[in-house]
Design a protein around this ligand. Structure first.
Ligand SMILES: [Fe+2]
Ligand SMILES: [Fe+2]
Length: 269
């Protein structure tokens, strides 16, 4: 018997955009989403915005630029506190999520719940601890959040980490407990997207949105100069051609299980 084609209503489509770097990143996000949103028609658009201001942190104008582009939820990472301006509005803006495993009392929130197609979607941000600040345990942090929200079946986790092993471990740890574990932070898109046996979509790193020919979005001359001379150099966002890195996950409307995962990479010229 032929399998019935699922109607669009049986999906929940989530577009997750990788680390947006500086003005080139926010402007290219806006440009790409103008074409992409009508084509993909995602139900929810999430972007990691930890590098949206000159590669370092998030402020109000950068957050507004991302919202204007069509981003609905902004996640963060190790650059969360690089812009003091964020502290003036992060507590009020429920669309912004910083890593949940910061110590208790840290400003902002480690997860947020939004309503999509009349369903609740939980978005969680976690940070790994390899080559990054020694935060609280991300595994215990996510356990606590999931325990508090056991009625929500659609859960997206941004696992912001350097080590692929830590991101894979989180993916397998959460298999069957969340809809998707999307890695961020390395700014290089990995080609390992898959759906784990118990229905969790996993991508080790979604990649970077911003200058394509810099080093992780920053001016490559400055980065290499620092590496060669070992002298302090202030990095600046690179110019030139831009890239857009994202992933689209389709979740079952009822169960929240991932049904499809697809990487997206778009580049100028
Ligand atoms: Fe980043
Ligand atoms: Fe990062």
């Amino acid at each position: 018997m032929a399998e019935l084609q699922k109607s669009d209503n049986s999906w929940l489509k989530v577009l997750f955009i990788g680390d947006v770097v500086g003005l080139p990143g926010t402007s290219y996000t806006a440009g790409v989403l103008k074409d992409l949103l009508p084509k993909l028609q995602p139900d929810l658009v999430v972007a990691n915005g930890e590098n949206a201001v000159h590669g370092r942190g998030l402020n109000r104008p950068a957050a507004e630029a991302l919202y204007d582009a069509g981003v609905e939820i902004i996640t963060l990472g190790n650059h969360s506190w690089d812009q003091r301006d964020l502290l003036s509005f992060i507590d009020e803006d429920e669309r912004i999520v910083r890593p949940a495993n910061y110590p208790p009392g840290t400003p902002g929130r480690g997860f947020t719940v939004c309503r999509v197609k009349n369903m609740e979607v939980l978005i969680i941000n976690l940070m790994g601890r390899t080559f990054l600040p020694a935060l609280d345990c991300p595994f215990r942090a996510v356990d606590d959040i999931l325990h508090e929200h056991s009625g929500i079946r659609h859960v997206i986790v941004d696992m912001h980490a350097e080590a692929t092993s830590e991101k894979l471990a989180m993916g397998w740890y959460l298999d069957g407990k969340v809809s998707a574990v999307i890695g961020t932070h390395t700014h290089v898109q990995t080609a390992d997207e898959r759906i784990l046996p118990d229905g969790t979509a996993l991508l080790t790193d979604v990649g970077m949105t911003g200058p394509r020919d810099g080093i992780l979005g920053m001016d490559r001359t400055l980065v290499t100069h620092r590496m060669i001379t070992q002298m302090p150099v202030r990095f600046e966002v690179a110019g030139g051609a831009r890239q857009f890195s994202a992933v689209l996950v389709k979740l079952d409307h009822e169960s929240g299980r991932a049904l499809h995962i697809e990487r997206i990479y778009i580049s100028e010229d």
